[in-house]
Design a protein around this ligand. Structure first.
Ligand code: ATP
Length: 280
């Protein structure tokens, strides 16, 4: 019970829709301290909606979202100050210059004692005098990342942070994120469509499809499952995936007796194949 209270993130039976259209259904997910979790899912699966509920920006229709035991919709200033959120796109604020915006946000932070981790500004390489209206999409994304991460938050929530970064910036970003997480034991939840990045960074994977978690697994399960990954290509039977480890143990998702005897489509053993099989 005590452990559950101190989880950085604890989501219980969360449902959320817009205009009566259900988007998230019965989501339960716990993120232990120091875990790095990938949130994957096709466009429209509900990833941003889930992150919005986590941040208290959206009110759940049902269920409970807690951060460090507090309700996400009613967080204390101290808990808010422990969160760094990188949105999909940084909108508005275009009249500021880069340096002005950084200083403005810093002045209003809840924990003025926190020291800046200057590696983020060095990574971003932005000119403080540049007008935000004149930044490219990738440069704005760099700024959003610096704004969210430079005061070393304990919980990092990142919504497709790398989509507009060039390959070098993306590579260095993932490496720096990994390093800071390892050094500080921060808890990270990251949504992205770039599966190779997620494989490099994350030790836990949550796949969301049509508003439901279709599977959640840890790195070891992935390593185990990718040895022999097979999918029954029969739409009538719905979701079906079987993975067999070298020791003969079988990890099964949605497998039914009706699958027996079907010829199996052998898939390459990686996260992308698993993702495609589970979300098609
Ligand atoms: N403000 C809103 N009003 C009505 N419907 C919305 C709203 N925001 C999102 N939706 C709908 O909710 C569903 C889930 O959207 P969401 O942005 O959470 O998906 P996503 O998994 O983050 O997608 P993507 O990978 O494209 O970013 C979509 O069908 C979307 O059209």
């Amino acid at each position: 019970m005590v452990a559950a209270m101190t989880l950085p993130v604890d989501i219980n039976q969360l449902s959320k829709g817009y205009d009566r259209k259900p988007v998230l259904e019965n989501i339960s997910l716990a993120l232990p301290q120091g875990s790095i979790t990938a949130l994957l899912g096709p466009n429209g699966a509900g990833k941003t909606t889930l992150l919005g509920c986590l941040l208290g920006l959206l009110v759940p229709d049902k269920g409970r979202v807690s951060l460090w035991g507090e309700s996400a919709g009613d967080l204390s200033a101290l808990s808010r100050s422990r969160i760094g959120f990188v949105p999909q796109t940084l909108t508005g604020l275009t009249w500021f210059r880069v340096g002005e915006l950084l200083d403005y946000f810093a002045a209003y932070r809840d924990n003025p004692e926190a020291a800046e981790d200057k590696r983020w500004a060095d990574w971003a390489g932005l000119d403080r005098k540049s007008r935000i209206s004149a930044l490219s999409g990738g440069e704005r994304q760099r700024l959003a990342i610096v704004l969210a991460l430079r005061f070393s938050p304990d919980l990092l929530i990142l919504d497709e942070p790398v989509a507009s970064l060039d390959p070098q910036a993306r590579h260095d970003f993932i490496a720096l994120l990994h390093e800071t997480a390892r050094q500080r034991g921060a808890t990270i939840l990251l949504s992205s469509h770039i599966l190779s990045d997620l494989e490099r960074l994350c030790s836990r994977f949550v796949i969301l499809s049509r508003g439901r978690i279709v599977t959640a697994f840890e790195d070891e399960d992935l390593q185990r499952s990718i040895r022999h990954l097979a999918h029954a290509p029969d739409a009538a039977l719905g979701l079906s995936i079987m993975a067999q480890a070298a020791d003969g143990s079988v990890w099964v998702k949605g497998w039914t007796p009706a699958h027996e005897g079907l010829s199996l489509e052998r898939l390459p053993g990686d996260l992308e194949s698993l993702f495609l099989a589970l979300t098609r």
